[in-house]
Design a protein around this ligand. Structure first.
Ligand SMILES: *Cc1c(COP(=O)(O)O)cnc(C)c1O
Length: 217
């Protein structure tokens, strides 16, 4: 099946309140254009440089999401156009996004990445680190970023109960913080392999690559 059919299929199964981020990383512009022509307007990339190249090559009514780990020295390249930064996992990164947003006189929406997986390799804040960050004066001072919610990645496993447990834990943390954060509207969890479970657990935004574009090299 082609990109267009995959998108149609996917959109017919997603609940109306769940936003689809089409993860186009490693895919050439021509392939991303196919998704654009099928109506998709939100794309996710995990490398800032690659996102900048696609931003420059593609129509300007696309919302670009940075879903990968953020290197502070590269934030400046995306600050003029990025729509949502999913993978923020330190005050330092948040401060740099704020600084660059200020230069462009805009407010950049961010999600804080929370570590929910068993694997040590996945990035993200521990729950207590998240609590501290959101309560800190340094965070409250930042006027050019808006934290819209949380993002997380489950363990890469066949064990559905484990995935469910991890997503449920993230939803609980999200709900706790949502009480005091009127800006919280987005819980980004779920990829090609686990988005159905993520939605059952309360996801409002799924990041899907291979189910739309096919396997990556
Ligand atoms: C690559 C990636 C995805 C999409 O993965 P698929 O399994 O291809 O759907 C989602 N989220 C992040 C953070 C990614 O890096």
């Amino acid at each position: 099946m082609g990109v267009k059919e995959n998108l149609l299929d996917l959109n017919s199964t997603l609940p109306a309140n769940v936003v689809l981020v089409a993860v186009s990383k490693t895919k050439p512009v021509e392939v991303v254009q196919e998704a654009y022509h099928a109506g998709q307007r939100i794309f996710g990339e995990n490398k800032i440089q690659e996102m900048v190249e696609k931003y420059e090559a593609m129509p300007k009514d696309i919302n670009w999401h940075m879903i990968g780990h953020i290197q502070t020295n590269k934030v400046k390249y995306m600050a003029s156009f990025v729509d949502l930064v999913h993978g923020v996992d330190s005050l330092k990164v948040l401060e740099e996004i704020n600084r660059q947003a200020q230069k462009h006189q805009r407010i950049i929406d961010c999600l804080l990445q929370v570590h929910i997986a068993e694997e040590e390799t996945k990035f993200g804040l521990a729950k207590d680190e998240l609590d501290l960050l959101l309560a800190s004066d340094s965070y409250l001072k930042l006027k050019n970023i808006k934290v819209k919610g949380l993002m997380g990645m489950a363990t890469f496993t066949e064990n559905k109960e484990q995935i469910r447990k991890e997503f449920t834990a993230l939803k609980t943390v999200y709900d706790q913080h949502k009480i005091n954060n009127p800006n919280f509207s987005t819980l980004s969890m779920g990829m090609s392999g686990d988005y159905k479970i993520a939605i059952e657990c309360g996801s409002t935004m799924v990041r899907i690559g291979s189910s739309i574009f096919g396997d990556r090299q």
